[in-house]
Design a protein around this ligand. Structure first.
Ligand SMILES: Nc1ncnc2c1ncn2[C@@H]1O[C@H](COP(=O)(O)OP(=O)(O)OP(=O)(O)O)[C@@H](O)[C@H]1O
Length: 553
């Protein structure tokens, strides 16, 4: 018995020494996190070793890829550890858990599969080659292509998108100089064959409900859908680029404007969608659009859950991001499944990208980026679920429910149909319908949802519109008041100027009375709108209090 006890003690001591050595090795390798979980993950990886598939660039209408970034020095310093395993095309998130005994550790692992999965050693060049390069000939052939970077703040969206923008610029000009493109839908003939394409770029940001030009001192932009269903971004500057270098410089300028703003006001960039659009236009063809490539760095996905903030602006931004990411998923899905209804009016993001979802010749790439750290596992899972749903096969009664909804909305005379004008009040009902549509679709996925969230999304949408209208009205009242003030000065000058001899005091009194009436009218009008706007603010406050949590994407 004594001997057995000594044996046990020896074994325990050996295990302790081995564990200490393993921990030392892990630390030396830059992995100071929980040793047991790391061992379990290493075993998982060893069992799957060799299952990695080579990446092949495909011609997919919708391509969904995952990119895991390397663990950062900061995360290592916090003793976080890598808990995401990638063997293309599979991704596994390991949730590290402890059994009820409080001692035994185990992995709760969730598997996902995408068109491509890139690990921390994969370069941006490789990500680009497999996902985005096939879009270059597609756009040169007259298509609309859109690339999204989606993920939690700090997961590598900007890192990935900046690299993709650079490579696109190079490939586009290389292809343009190498061979003239075929011209889809053009009149043909010698003139058409001789025509070349010109490259233009625009770069703007959607922050809260506002659009701002990143290539023109963050100038506020107005988005409108006309009676023909064409979406216009009024005031957006577009610059021609004659070479890849020029294009890269313009894109860098847009990115810098975004970043400068971020340092000025904390983390603004992760709260905004940045949209870089490269347009190919026919030279000598009156600037007719031939093809378009949109490269979009989306707002941090976790921001969409930010509804409980005491700060109204944060709350509204959160609701807007939530709505836009929900709408984006549904629009891409509608594109994939050929659904007749595309709910692009539910958010400004999807509205400005309308032709990316509604044209026959449209392709989309979604690159979901994730942080590897175990402490981010919940956000990582949300990102993977979102990316997964973008392409998930339809639920059986999905189409049926949509048809029912369409019947209901056409029966009630509601808007939302293709081609309906959104520029003159039609926008409100179109957007409202599309918001409801999003939530009906969510309900089909049995995701937590409530009438309150629909109401919150609508209230926030309307609040952004009312805010815009109030600011515009305030501006025009200030302008008119300034003109009236100048006129008052002139009027006084006519009466009491140094060289005035004759004057008409009746005319002075009559005009002054008119001016004062107009000023009172302007003040009353502004006050009335302000009062209405403040009631909308109160409404938002009370609706957001009733919302317990935002729906998952
Ligand atoms: N694949 C990668 N390889 C090396 N470093 C990376 C990679 N991806 C991201 N990083 C680094 O991780 C940090 C966060 O990346 P990035 O700024 O791109 O995140 P983000 O998702 O755009 O965040 P935000 O939403 O806040 O803008 C940066 O320092 C970046 O250089």
């Amino acid at each position: 018995m004594e001997r057995a006890r000594a044996d046990r003690r020896q074994k325990t001591e050996l295990a302790r020494v081995l564990r200490a050595e393993e921990e030392k090795r892990n630390i030396a390798n830059g992995n100071p996190g929980d040793i047991d979980f790391q061992r379990l993950i290493a075993e998982f990886r060893a069992a799957r070793a060799g299952s990695d598939q080579p990446h092949a660039a495909g011609d997919l209408k919708i391509c969904v890829a995952l990119r895991k970034r390397p663990i950062s020095a900061k995360e290592v310093a916090r003793k976080d550890h890598d808990s995401v395993t990638v063997f293309n095309p599979k991704v596994t998130v390991h949730n590290c858990k402890t059994r009820v005994d409080g001692i035994t550790k185990y992995l709760d692992s969730s598997d996902f599969q995408f068109d491509h999965a890139f690990g921390d050693v994969d370069t941006t060049a490789r990500v680009y080659a497999a996902t985005t390069r096939p879009l270059v000939p597609f756009v040169l052939d007259g298509g609309r292509a859109t690339v999204f970077a989606y993920g939690q703040t700090g997961s590598g969206k900007t890192y990935t998108m900046v690299g993709i923008q650079r490579q696109c610029a190079e490939d586009l000009f290389r292809a343009l100089t190498a061979a003239p493109p075929t011209r889809r839908g053009s009149a043909g003939g010698a003139a058409a064959a001789a025509a070349t394409l010109e490259v233009y770029v625009s770069f703007f940001e959607i922050y809260g409900g506002r659009c701002q030009d990143l290539l023109n001192r963050r100038h506020r932009l107005d988005v409108r859908e006309d009676g023909q269903g064409d979406v216009h971004i009024a005031g957006l500057e577009e610059f021609q680029a004659a070479s890849a270098e020029e294009l890269e410089q313009l894109i860098d300028r847009g990115n810098r404007n975004r970043t400068t703003h971020a340092t000025e006001s904390n983390d603004t960039s992760s709260r905004s969608h940045a949209i870089c659009q490269i347009a190919l236009k026919e030279a000598g063809g009156g600037g007719r659009l031939h093809g378009k490539l949109s490269l979009i760095d989306l707002a941090g996905s976790e921001r969409g859950a930010d509804t409980k903030s005491h700060n109204r602006q944060r709350r509204m931004e959160g609701a807007e991001i939530n709505k836009s990411l929900l709408a984006l998923k549904e629009c891409i899905r509608a594109l994939d499944s050929g659904e007749a209804h595309v709910p692009y009016r539910a958010s400004k993001l999807t509205l400005v990208l309308k032709d990316s979802f509604t044209r026959r010749a449209a392709r989309t790439v979604m690159i979901a980026t994730v942080s590897p750290g175990a402490s981010h596992a919940d956000h990582t899972l949300n990102t993977l679920r979102y990316a997964d749903r973008v392409k998930e096969t339809k639920v059986a009664d999905f189409a049926d429910a949509r048809r029912q909804r369409q019947r209901r909305s056409s029966g009630s005379g509601g808007g939302g149909g293709e081609g309906k004008s959104a520029g003159d009040g039609g926008a409100d009902s179109g957007a409202g319908d599309d918001i409801r549509y999003l939530h009906e679709t969510l309900r089909l996925h049995s995701t937590a949802d409530s009438e309150e969230v629909v109401e919150l999304h609508r209230t926030v949408q309307s609040l952004f519109e009312k805010e815009e209208a109030l600011l515009n009205m305030h501006m025009s009242v200030i302008q008119e008041n300034a003109e009236l003030l100048t006129e008052e000065g002139r009027l006084l000058q006519q009466i009491q100027g140094d060289d005035v001899v004759d004057y008409d005091i009746d005319a002075y009194a009559a005009r002054l009375s008119e001016i004062l009436d107009r000023k009172m009218q302007l003040t009353a009008m502004l006050k009335l709108h302000l009062g209405q706007f403040r009631r909308h603010l109160e409404e938002e406050e009370s609706v957001s209090k009733r919302v317990s949590s935002m729906p998952q994407y």
